[in-house]
Design a protein around this ligand. Structure first.
Ligand SMILES: NC(=O)C1=CN([C@@H]2O[C@H](COP(=O)(O)OP(=O)(O)OC[C@H]3O[C@@H](n4cnc5c(N)ncnc54)[C@H](O)[C@@H]3O)[C@@H](O)[C@H]2O)C=CC1
Ligand SMILES: O=C(O)[C@H]1O[C@H](OP(=O)(O)OP(=O)(O)OC[C@H]2O[C@@H](n3ccc(=O)[nH]c3=O)[C@H](O)[C@@H]2O)[C@H](O)[C@@H](O)[C@@H]1O
Length: 422
């Protein structure tokens, strides 16, 4: 099938490359010409395990174009994968969605055959029908259900495991507005044998928010329980191993630590809170999920101060800057409040990350960044903020380590070791 992807970021690029791997012809469209050039060279603009090999392997089926030059004459399906960043009040900002929808509408005006537009960006319930549909119909001069298909198909991939997650989904949610888009999405996802739910766009949109809100809730719950377990000398991990053995509960996403970061959990939980509050239904549980998450990283500093009460002028090492292992993404990384707090206390920071140093330099240019994890160990105390696999290979002998992510080698080897909530 001839597919176009508008928005070639994490979701767009990974989805498009995987769709090419499945035999489709894929055209990437983006406003960032550098991204498009690097895709066309076979060099992904983001780090994601396996992405470069898959991109290079499928380059003959991969094309790129600016929005202005995009030729939709043979497109059958167009995915919208642009960002939906938060407004100051927490609701999603749809400026990229509106612009891209208008551009797609213009580009398909003269397309002689039916085209299906698929919203993959995370948008609040009602957005596909009430915001995207009218813009699309106005600019394309076509009607949904006649020459135009429109569907919402949320994406559930995780960064760092994005290719694996796209290729091995637990489920695929297809919220179509019309028979034509339902049929196109059924064809696109035919190679996948997982469960598929056909529903309305509004339900599909809500499934995405509820999934992220529930996973974030599980993490904050694990952290709150972890704090209680630590105070009582109980092994948090063992508790959740036992709890997770109940099939009704499931062991996934109970890893306690310094909380959840990333471009989606914090933003999507806040969006759901703001949306419900605007409707006169202010949630009680979800704000607690966020406040536990805000406090958790600062616990690392409180523990550190037990050993070094005055941090002024002290050299503190930081292992890990990205929001999760195997990713170069630092958006909402839990290390950001930790670094801010250490700087406020006058500490001298020495930080290392295998992938995310350049990104963090934009936020904290004054910190000393080092090229090896070993160098970080040459400090008065080390804080572990991301569980990069290589941190398991370090020799922590004689060191003071405060761990936010449960690195077993540190727990075994350090002279003084304390976990944030275990
Ligand atoms: N990052 C993730 O792991 C996941 C993200 N999502 C959702 O997917 C959406 C996209 O997220 P990301 O891929 O992380 O965003 P991103 O910021 O990495 O990528 C968005 C891309 O859209 C491009 N863009 C903006 N306006 C455009 C236009 N008019 N035409 C063409 N391209 C345009 C940007 O230049 C950028 O390359 C968001 O709604 C997010 O919540 C959903 C699941 C997973
Ligand atoms: O909507 C999205 O963008 C995506 O958000 C998350 O994926 P992602 O943020 O990429 O990564 P996760 O693996 O979920 O980790 C998020 C954060 O939670 C933390 N986490 C995760 C799991 C856990 O048990 N404990 C925990 O603290 C991680 O360290 C990380 O900071 C969801 O897992 C995806 O299903 C979803 O598609």
């Amino acid at each position: 099938m001839k597919i176009a992807i508008f928005g070639s970021g994490y979701v767009g690029l990974v989805s498009g490359v995987c769709l090419a791997e499945l035999g489709n012809e894929v055209t990437f469209v983006d406003i960032d010409s550098n991204k498009l050039e690097s895709i066309q060279r076979g060099t992904p603009p983001i780090y994601e395990e396996g992405l470069e090999e898959l991109l290079k392997k499928n380059l003959t089926r991969i094309h790129s174009s600016s929005a202005a030059q995009y030729d939709s004459s043979d497109a059958e399906a167009i995915f919208i994968c642009v960002g939906t960043p938060p407004n100051p009040d927490g609701t999603p900002n749809y400026k990229f969605i509106r612009t891209v929808t208008a551009q797609i509408g213009e580009s398909i005006k003269k397309t002689p055959h039916n085209v299906t537009i698929i919203v993959k960006s995370t948008v609040l319930p009602g957005t596909t029908e009430e915001i995207i549909r009218p813009i699309l119909e106005e600019h394309s001069e076509k009607k949904v259900g006649r020459e135009l298909g429109l569907a919402m198909n949320p994406e559930f991939l995780k960064e760092g495991l994005a290719i694996h997650d796209f290729m091995n989904p637990d489920r695929i949610i297809i919220g179509s507005m019309d028979e034509y888009s339902r049929e196109i999405l059924t064809r696109i996802y035919a190679p996948f044998s997982c469960k598929k739910l056909h529903t309305t766009p509004k339900v599909a949109e809500m499934i995405k928010y509820v999934s992220n809100a529930f996973l974030a809730t599980k993490i904050s719950f694990a952290n709150e329980i972890g704090n209680i377990c630590k105070r009582n000398g109980i092994d948090t991990e063992e508790v959740f191993t036992g709890v997770g053995m109940d099939a009704r509960i499931n062991p996934a996403f109970f890893v306690s630590g310094i909380g959840f970061g990333g471009s989606c959990f914090p933003k999507d939980v806040q969006a759901l809170i703001s949306h419900a509050t605007n409707q006169g239904l202010p949630p009680k549980l979800l704000p607690a999920v966020l406040s536990i998450n805000d406090e958790q990283p600062l616990r690392l500093i409180s523990i550190l101060k037990k050993y070094i009460p005055n941090l002024h002028g002290k050299r503190i090492g930081i292992l890990g800057l990205s929001f999760k292992p195997c990713s170069d993404d630092i958006r909402e990384s839990r290390v950001i409040p930790i670094l801010a707090s250490l700087l406020e206390e006058g500490a001298e920071i020495m930080a290392y990350d295998p992938l995310a140093i350049e990104q963090m330099k934009h936020i904290f240019p004054g910190i000393t960044y080092v090229k090896s994890a070993e160098a970080v160990l040459n400090t008065e105390a080390v804080l572990i903020a991301t569980a990069h696999p290589e941190f398991e290979l370090l020799n922590y002998e004689g060191k003071v380590v405060i761990d936010g992510r449960r690195v077993r080698a540190a727990a075994k080897g350090a002279a003084i070791y304390e976990g944030v909530c275990w």
